[in-house]
Design a protein around this ligand. Structure first.
Ligand code: NDP
Length: 309
């Protein structure tokens, strides 16, 4: 069996080593612009170029080295008509839970303010917001959203969720679809965005929707930058309706140097690190799925091109 390994950043060697360890019977091949590809059974890629996709019409499946599929689906007609399989959790769920729980607790326990006070030598206990006033709303209850829900419930927060289709999660009030968005937002103090970027979710977090959050709201966006209307967030932060945001993803990455977010102290910025691909877990997952496909068994995490995720 021959598998193509391709990453736009060119960092392929560590992936070659993982495949050699987990699938020693497999030959892995690399590709560079201008080369023609020998026939391959599968492709494992991240940010492939159209010139490469043109050569993948005969692979049995294209595996992605990550969970987000928006950049690939944007290529539209260039995509060969073969199944596209995204990474499932593969170690990312726990990282998302760590990141979001940290951000929520930082706001809830007022650590930012204590850090500021400490810099000025101030010993000044602040009033604690009652937990029942700190409702958390998770948008996206998928493979990465659910571990976040579980992690936050450990601390006794009221967690509510919103998804496209109805969900039944014990102890979590669930909303879905366009009709469920308004009641979901209106009782949310901390909004956590874990949605995929699709035509339906692009710019969903705009002035209109963010304005429905409880006054003194917080936003945590860990999914895709284009779901957020960035100028609208600035407006709501300046008005005081939103009092803090933790952003891991941006419309343009790296976040450009002259961007108002850099100078806004109420916005915490991280460089798209909330859940990194753990190579060993990813290759193990891909290897298991290739074995299943070879045995004629179904595999999960196949991208629905119509839904966009
Ligand atoms: P899933 O596909 O498992 O879950 C997506 C969730 O979003 C589902 O609950 C789905 O609803 C919901 N959803 C999708 N469209 C809509 C809509 N129009 N309205 C309401 N709900 C909707 O994805 P993951 O949890 O694995 O990942 C989520 C995103 O996180 C990825 O798409 C990626 O962009 C991002 N990501 C970011 C990383 C980072 O480091 N910052 C790392 C990895 C991923 P339903 O359950 O009804 O289908």
């Amino acid at each position: 069996m021959r598998i193509l390994l391709y990453r736009a950043d060119g960092v392929i060697e560590p992936w070659v080593r993982e495949f050699a360890a987990l699938m020693p019977q497999v030959e892995t091949v690399a590709w560079k612009e201008g080369q023609s590809l020998p026939p391959c059974d599968y492709a494992v890629v991240w940010s492939p170029e159209p010139a490469l996709l043109d050569q993948l019409a005969h692979v049995r499946a294209i595996f992605l080295m990550g969970a987000g599929v928006d950049a690939l689906l944007k290529l539209g007609a260039a995509l060969p008509p073969v199944p596209i399989v995204r990474l499932g959790d593969a170690g990312m769920g726990v990282q998302m839970a760590e990141y979001v729980a940290h951000a929520v607790l930082r706001y809830f326990r007022r650590f930012e303010e204590y850090e500021q006070q400490a810099r000025h030598g101030a010993w000044n206990p602040l009033p604690q917001t009652p937990k029942e006033e700190f409702t958390i709303g998770i948008m996206g209850l998928g493979r990465l959203g659910l571990p976040v829900v579980e992690a936050l419930r450990v601390f006794g927060f009221t967690v509510r969720g919103w998804s496209r289709t109805p969900k039944d999660i014990p102890g979590v009030e669930c909303f879905h679809g366009a009709d469920g968005l308004d009641p979901f937002l209106r009782a949310t103090r901390v909004l956590v965005c874990m949605l995929p970027l699709t035509p339906d979710t692009s710019n969903l977090l705009d002035r209109h929707n963010l304005g429905k959050l409880l006054p003194g709201a917080y936003l945590i966006n860990v999914s895709r930058g284009a779901i957020l209307a960035e100028p609208d967030l600035m407006t709501l932060i300046r008005s005081g309706h939103i009092v803090g945001a933790t952003l891991d993803v941006f419309r343009h990455e790296p976040l450009p140097a002259p961007h108002p977010f850099w100078n806004e102290p109420r916005i915490a910025i991280t460089p798209h690190i909330s859940a990194l691909t753990i190579r060993h877990d990813a290759v193990r997952q891909i290897a298991e799925k290739i074995t299943a496909l070879e045995n004629g068994q179904p595999v999960g995490d196949i991208v629905d091109r119509d839904l966009g995720y």
